[in-house]
Design a protein around this ligand. Structure first.
Ligand code: TPP
Ligand code: MG
Length: 432
């Protein structure tokens, strides 16, 4: 139906002979039943993109918003000016955090299918985006993530049992069941509370970064949103503020090609790249292979150094692929080709980092298999512990009912105290 006029009428009024106006309605390339073929994709070779100085004027680095910063080549070698030359210890730490995130996702997805929680969201295929970035940032830089960057918490060593307690909304849930499962909040990990309303975190991150600069602090902020979320007004007002005040912030767009069942074309991908959004705001823009942990690390470090030098914000598009469904509530087989994921030309981020480590001689398949087994056991043990605090199937009384009125006001106002009492009286009368 795209590009077709609603009626073939044209306009013959007043002697005009104009073609009928028509809308362009984007269509994804592949639908269920189609064989995915990405051979027409233009993928720049690893090592090709130039690396400007961190203080470069955005106007001098426009080419980077249309290219793709890639460090790992097809053989797993690190090449070109963006190679961050990381020590073996850092590479293996990232590999481990990525594998732990995947194991965690697998386990919690199954927990939802077993009725232990109402909801879960995997980040499969996107682990490099959060983990390499978190590794490149300082541990107290403030992160404003979307719901798909659980890898940040894992990279920062946050206890996975705490994340599980939140997912189960159980007695151990510090958030007392007040957030949707997976919408974590961890002040001690400099991880801001996740918002369900898309892109809320963008103005929050820019505001936090502005406050950090206004106070003469040294911490910077980083935020992430999906490519679909760039269609939100919040994205654009955040970019304006970031640009005007040169806020020390990194604005990440995770372009995983899909926004639930809407493909990236509906957020503007047919017209230009998401990194190119930076141009209109006069912000530095980088477009990065999001499945290449070294490229994500290098771009994030470049942007962090730029922010710390008061040279302004950076917008980074991470080009990646959402390998699984949007969430446990989604069935991608209804709207996209089943083999898109396996044909994705930029591969799998864990497999690529593993290949690199093996090539360097610091890793091998045996150690990878042993690590995967160990991590699966670690996740299983943590899940068993968390389940002792309660799961969805155990009912909704994990926290005393009256606590739902607490923690908003320092002194609870009289009308809330009245409602709280009324609820307790009714619950008692009902034998609850
Ligand atoms: C303001 C707002 N609109 C719509 C939604 C419903 N919604 C939740 S996730 C989502 C898709 C977002 O896609 P994208 O930004 O690409 O992120 P991804 O899920 O791919 O990581 C939508 C439409 C919402 N949560 N908030
Ligand atoms: Mg998306």
């Amino acid at each position: 139906m795209s590009d077709q006029p609603a009626s073939g009428a044209g306009d013959q009024r007043n002697g005009r002979n104009l073609p009928p106006l028509r809308l362009h309605v984007p269509e994804p390339q592949f639908r269920p039943g189609d064989t995915a073929d990405f051979s027409s994709f233009e993928i720049p070779a690893a090592g090709e993109a130039p690396r400007p100085d961190e203080a470069a004027h955005p106007g001098t680095m426009q080419g980077l918003v249309y290219g793709l910063i890639r460090v790992l080549d097809d053989e797993g070698a690190a090449v070109g000016p963006w190679d961050p030359h990381l020590p073996a210890e850092t590479l293996l730490k990232m590999l481990r955090a990525m594998a732990l995130t995947r194991a965690f996702d697998e386990r919690m997805f199954r927990a939802q299918r077993q009725g232990k929680t109402s909801f879960y969201m995997k980040s499969t295929g996107e682990e490099a985006v959060s983990i390499a970035a978190a590794t490149a940032l300082a541990s107290d830089d403030m992160c404003f993530p979307s719901y798909r960057q659980q890898g940040i918490l894992i990279a920062r060593g946050w206890p996975i049992i705490d994340m599980m307690n939140q997912i189960y909304s159980n007695k151990g849930d510090r958030l007392k069941g007040r957030q949707l499962p997976i919408m974590y909040s961890a002040r001690d990990a400099s991880f801001f509370s996740i918002s369900g309303n898309l892109t809320t975190q963008y103005p929050q991150a820019v505001g936090w970064a502005m406050a950090s600069a206004a106070r003469g602090d040294t911490r910077i902020a980083a935020t992430w949103c999906g490519e679909g979320s760039t269609a939100e007004g919040d994205f654009h007002s955040a970019c304006t503020f970031a640009s005007v005040y040169r806020a020390p912030v990194i604005l990440n767009i995770v372009n995983n090609q899909w926004a639930i069942s809407s493909f990236s074309g509906f957020a503007g991908a047919e017209a230009t790249t998401f990194a190119a959004r930076a141009l209109g705001y006069g912000i530095a823009g980088l477009r990065v292979d999001g499945n290449d942990a070294l490229a994500v690390y290098a771009a994030t470090r470049w942007a962090a150094d730029r922010a710390r030098a008061n040279a302004g914000p950076t917008l980074i598009e991470h080009f990646t692929y959402r390998a699984e469904g949007h969430s446990t509530s989604d069935d991608p087989s209804a709207y996209r080709s089943a083999d898109e994921g396996s044909h994705w030309p930029l591969g799998d981020p864990i497999a690529r980092l593993k290949q690199h480590c093996i090539r360097l001689g610091i890793w091998d398949e045996e150690r990878q298999a042993a690590m995967d087994k160990e991590l699966a056991e670690q996740v299983r043990d943590a899940a068993r512990e968390a389940e002792k605090n309660g799961i969805l199937g155990h009912g909704l009384h994990h926290h005393p009912m009256e606590t739902m009125f607490e923690d908003v006001f320092e002194d609870m106002p009289w009308h809330l105290r009245e409602q709280q009492q009324q609820m307790l009286d009714e619950a008692k009368a009902a034998g609850l």
